[in-house]
Design a protein around this ligand. Structure first.
Ligand SMILES: *Cc1c(COP(=O)(O)O)cnc(C)c1O
Length: 462
């Protein structure tokens, strides 16, 4: 199989389609009406009016035949369900933490962890906190600090591990404010930084700094399998190892993890919090019972636990991971060849289009990312996600400044779309890019004070 994949250029999906989910085709006129009704906010569009939905890769993937079969094994006993033990074994095979606490999704694991160890005056460093992670840190009164390497902040700079943490900066922070740091987090892959991986060497170096200061290290492991695949492909001396071995080594370097099973759990819902510390686990379990459920199901049904356990077996399949990363890069390569600036190298789960670069005539406060995302939908029914000034430009004091970048993220749901769907996305994007100078910006008509990107309404300018 490996040899065959290496010889032929065509990326084939390593699966056949078993259940068909129809896509409803729409006309440009229908989509224009849908946009108007939604106030030009793609979050408010009815999903049935979307042809190719690249809004997120979270919980939107297709489950396998074996996951659906596993669902039939779901045992809904309140306490001690056999499905719980299947789940526990699957998690501990990859991440041998002593305590595993199931949650309904990743942010619930974050909520438990930071309720237990956060609080005013505390500082939580990470390579880059994901937005829900940062929000859960800050909700407790603690401060989140992002210490990604400088290369990770430059969209077009090529570096194999742009998710790496700046360990000198971590060491300096721990020297200065060590007493205030309850845990060091590392996000694999670095989602907010473009799905960029963290190397094994960097993880060892972070571990050494944590040891020198007596601090626990927790993984935000949402895309652990994609991260391990990038280590296998890109890190010297790792090519001969299996993905499972690499994942196990990554797990052995940490004291615990938070996880969204909606990503590399290959499930539509679920997550967990895991750790070795007995006292911390007891504290988190007590909170779990208060907000999520009994410790052998958390916020999940037995059938969900079974689907995740099977998903964890499938996500480390190397034919799957090769297809996953190559098919994402296939989209990115074609967009770059069409002259569309993108964040590079391409991450595992998404391609990020640089709207500020493509639409220099639209100033950031007229939202070039929104203009590009809306046009991709209007022209071809493709739904991406603005990650720019709409998402990050509004401050708590009501002032507005340009976001760090104006990107449109095209996130690829797992095992859901075929190459011809992606070829269609490329064709539409090429057409939109050829008309770039005719695109116009937006003004915001209504907006809430926080997280405005979900519910703001817009009006087209010009
Ligand atoms: C999705 C995600 C989360 C949060 O998980 P949910 O299941 O959406 O609550 C946390 N961290 C990272 C890196 C993520 O991608």
């Amino acid at each position: 199989m490996l040899a065959a994949m290496d010889r032929w250029q065509t990326i084939i999906e390593p699966f056949r389609i078993h259940a068909v989910e129809p896509i409803r085709l729409t006309t440009e006129a229908q989509r224009e009406r849908a946009l108007e009704a939604a106030g030009w906010n793609l979050f408010s569009i009815h999903a049935q009016d979307v042809l190719i939905d690249l809004l997120t890769d979270s919980g939107t993937g297709a489950m396998s035949r074996d996951q659906w079969a596993a669902i039939q094994h779901g045992d809904e006993s309140y306490a001690g369900s056999p499905s719980w033990y299947v789940f526990l074994e699957a998690v501990q095979h990859l991440f041998p933490f002593k305590h595993v606490i199931p949650t309904h999704q990743g942010r619930a694991a974050e909520k438990l962890l930071f309720t237990a160890i956060g609080g005013p005056g505390k500082v939580i460093p990470s390579n880059t906190h994901f937005d829900t992670t940062r929000a859960n840190v800050e909700y407790t009164g603690a401060e989140g600090v992002d210490l990604v390497i400088p290369e990770g902040r430059q969209p077009s700079l090529i570096h194999p591990f742009k998710g790496n943490m700046d360990t000198a900066a971590l060491d300096a922070l721990l020297r200065e404010r060590g007493d205030d740091v309850p845990v060091v987090m590392v996000t694999i892959t670095n989602n907010s930084g473009g799905g960029q991986p963290v190397s094994l060497q960097n993880l060892h170096a972070i571990r050494d700094v944590c040891d020198a200061h007596g601090k626990p290290l927790f993984l935000d492991g949402c895309r652990f399998a994609e991260n391990a695949w990038f280590i296998k492909e890109r890190e010297p001396g790792q090519a001969h190892r299996s993905v499972v071995e690499i994942v196990q080594e990554v797990g052995s370097l940490a004291d615990g993890m938070t996880m969204s099973a909606k990503k590399d759990g290959m499930a539509n819902i679920g997550g967990w919090l895991a750790m070795n510390d007995d006292a911390l686990a007891e504290q988190c379990r007590n909170l779990l019972i208060l907000t999520e459920g009994f410790p052998t199901y958390g916020g999940l049904a037995g059938r969900d636990l079974e689907a995740i356990a099977q998903g964890l077996r499938e996500v480390v399949d190397e034919d799957y991971l090769r297809y996953r990363t190559r098919s994402t890069a296939y989209l990115g390569d074609a967009l770059v060849a069409a002259g569309i600036p993108c964040v590079q190298p391409f991450g595992g789960h998404a391609v990020y289009l640089d709207a500020r670069g493509l639409l220099p005539h639209i100033p950031p406060l007229e939202y070039p990312g929104q203009a590009l995302a809306v046009e991709l939908y209007r022209a071809g029914g493709i739904r991406g996600c603005e990650i720019g000034t709409v998402m990050f430009g509004l401050h708590p004091d009501g002032t507005e400044t340009p976001g760090p970048m104006d990107l449109v993220r095209l996130a690829i749901p797992r095992r859901t779309y075929t190459q011809s769907h992606i070829d269609y996305v490329i064709e539409v994007a090429r057409d939109v890019a050829s008309r770039a100078s005719s695109l116009r910006g937006f003004r915001i008509a209504t907006q809430p004070r926080q997280l405005r990107h979900f519910t703001a309404t817009f009006e087209p300018l010009g």
